[in-house]
Design a protein around this ligand. Sequence first.
Ligand code: DC
Length: 225
Amino acid sequence: MKLAIVTIDGPSGSGKSTISRKLAARLGFTYLDTGAMYRAVGLAAQRSGIGLGDNRAVAAVFDRFDLELLPGNGDSRVILNGEDISGHIRTAEMGLVASKVSALPLVRERLGQLQRNLGRRGRVVCEGRDMGTVVFPDAAHKFYLDATAEIRARRRTEQLREKGGKADYEIILAQIQKRDHDDSNRAIAPLKPADDACVIDSSALDIDEVVSLMMKTITAVNTSS
Ligand code: DC
């Protein structure tokens, strides 16, 4: 019997977080933001001055690593060792830091264990890069959400400007392309669709259209099995 788990993998800026949250709400499932977990490790490593590519040194981060993910109004709230770090981890810079530490075998092993523990009772939508390929290969429903780098950069630029921030499209595009390259080319658990994933290109779809498409796919699979 397949686990009642929905996995949503895909590159940065593909709309995974918003879509995962909405889909989880529609299904009555909880939502697991695994990117936030890598960002938390990145922040802890950066604060302790550890080389971000040092697999041995990063072990010290896990000597004290009590991580809680709490539902928030938008993004989940992330509490590390009692401190609310939500405001520190959702920056483009921390995205790059997270991407760096996420290539370390020890980090993937430790976070993979935590994620399996959190997902073991099922009824969860898990968002990340390797949810369907590595962490939950037996998930009942797997999606891979994609969009061109240019469209993802345009969407992110607009989001930042709407929030009143300054945003340079060319810089954002370059950051997205770097993360795509690093996440897809690392040795362990690289970003790629699972063989049995439903691939959705959201370049020409809005958030609600993607969620509806996912709901239809899930319902069709549940009815036929
Ligand atoms: O989804 P995000 O942008 O918050 O993720 C930040 C980085 O963490 C991403 O560039 C790669 C890494 N990551 C990962 O390697 N595996 C996951 N399941 C989730 C994130």
